[in-house]
Unconditional design. Structure first.
Length: 406
């Protein structure tokens, strides 16, 4: 089903007024399942995010305003994560709560580390026609918000997910902001600005103009995208095209070339949540299977798996340290999500893995909000030019074909 024909039921036209709200609600349910991890499952296994995950007894996480850290977690820079709807920032073994309203998720750093971008929801009363009657609905309206990293300034709403037509109000999705390296553009996953005319796909927000543009990236059967992330030089955007075989999710990591406007597969089905290495040569990613999820390193040019970081079937959502020497990720143990880190010794693709260390202890972190890592420039090694990712190095074939060599 194409984007142009997917949503006739969501249009408030006389022949289908009763289907208007039902269509939007069905789209909302499907989108939450896709983007929240039900398809594909994050993580898998018998327990999943809400179960015990490893077959052991379920444990109780720490209170919503408490994050206990491991004193060995002495890593450079600061990592953002979410607990109980609030943004936290951890520097070394010290964790600090940045927001307190209980409605925040999906944080991302600005390139200079001076601001944090995230999604904040607000309860609002919506109105939409159904059965010839304008009815009232309770909405959760998302906004893309920017906040000074020290928490001292006022939050600034950059984009609000309200959709108005003929005096009625509905909302559209805003998820997973990713800020470009030059700080001018935010990639988001959204069906805005008109949810009756768009699937939930990757779009680009120009921060100066405040306008969304749609690069019209290919998708499969209207299932949309997730997990946008910029290459270090800003020339490419990696993202996940969602697909499925029956009830099983088959996500594929793709690359969008902003210079040529072309996109192509990086991986075969079964990979998601990419995170670039600082030199742009590799991607850390979540590998999905029938048994669960693990963290791996891929060759960014062809999707080849070069190193398995975990083999527990309970790890997911990796983020590469900007210093290049470690990967952090979420792991489920006893039904609780915590942040872990694995040092990388040597150079790719023949790294040696250091000892995995927990950065939080029974924190109960929010699985749908990926961690985000910033390291100040004075703590970074000298930059390395990004090789091998010119437009000619992008895998060839049709836009929807398998990557070369697969």
């Amino acid at each position: 089903m194409t984007r142009g024909t997917r949503r006739p039921a969501a249009l408030p036209i006389p022949i289908a007024p009763a289907l208007s709200v039902a269509g939007l609600a069905l789209i909302a349910i499907l989108s939450v399942n896709l983007l929240g991890g039900s398809l594909p499952t994050i993580p898998g296994g018998n327990g999943g995010n809400g179960g015990n995950g490893d077959g052991g007894p379920v444990r109780t996480p720490t209170p919503s305003n408490v994050v206990i850290t491991d004193p060995r977690a002495d890593i450079p820079g600061s990592i953002l994560y979410v607990k109980s709807g609030n943004i936290w920032v951890q520097t070394g073994d010290e964790a600090r709560q940045l927001t307190d309203g209980g409605r925040d998720s999906m944080p991302a750093w600005s390139p200079d580390g001076q601001a944090v971008y995230f999604i904040r929801t607000a309860a609002e009363e919506g109105r939409w026609p159904s059965g010839g009657i304008v009815r009232t609905y309770q909405l959760e309206v998302p906004s893309l918000v920017r906040l000074p990293a020290d928490g001292a300034g006022a939050p600034e709403a950059l984009l609000v997910g309200r959709f108005r037509r003929s005096g009625n109000l509905w909302s559209y999705f805003l998820r997973q902001p990713a800020v470009s390296p030059d700080g001018t553009t935010v990639a988001v996953v959204t069906d805005g600005p008109n949810p009756t005319r768009s699937d939930i796909v990757v779009k680009l927000l120009d921060l100066d103009a405040g306008e969304l543009s749609d690069p019209e990236l290919p998708q499969s059967r209207g299932l949309g995208h997730q997990d946008p992330t910029w290459s270090p030089d800003g020339r490419f955007l990696a993202y996940v095209r969602l697909d499925r075989e029956g009830a099983r999710g088959t996500p594929i990591i793709r690359r969008y070339n902003l210079e040529t406007g072309r996109s192509s597969n990086i991986t075969a089905p079964g990979y998601m949540s990419p995170s670039w290495s600082p030199d742009g040569q590799y991607l850390a990613a979540t590998r999905t299977s029938n048994f669960g999820t693990d963290v791996v390193i891929l060759d960014a040019s062809n999707g080849a798996e070069v190193l398995r970081i975990t083999s527990d079937e309970r790890s997911f959502n990796p983020v590469w340290s900007p210093a290049g020497d470690a990967i952090a990720f979420y792991k489920v143990q006893h039904g609780v999500v915590d942040l872990w880190v694995v040092p990388l010794e040597g150079s790719g693709p023949t790294w040696t893995l250091g000892e995995p260390l927990p950065m939080t202890v029974l924190a109960g972190l929010e699985a749908k909000s990926r961690p985000a890592w910033f390291v100040p420039a004075d703590q970074l090694p000298p930059p390395t030019p990004t090789p091998g990712l010119s437009s000619s190095a992008v895998p060839t074939g049709s836009a929807d074909g398998a990557p070369s060599g697969s």
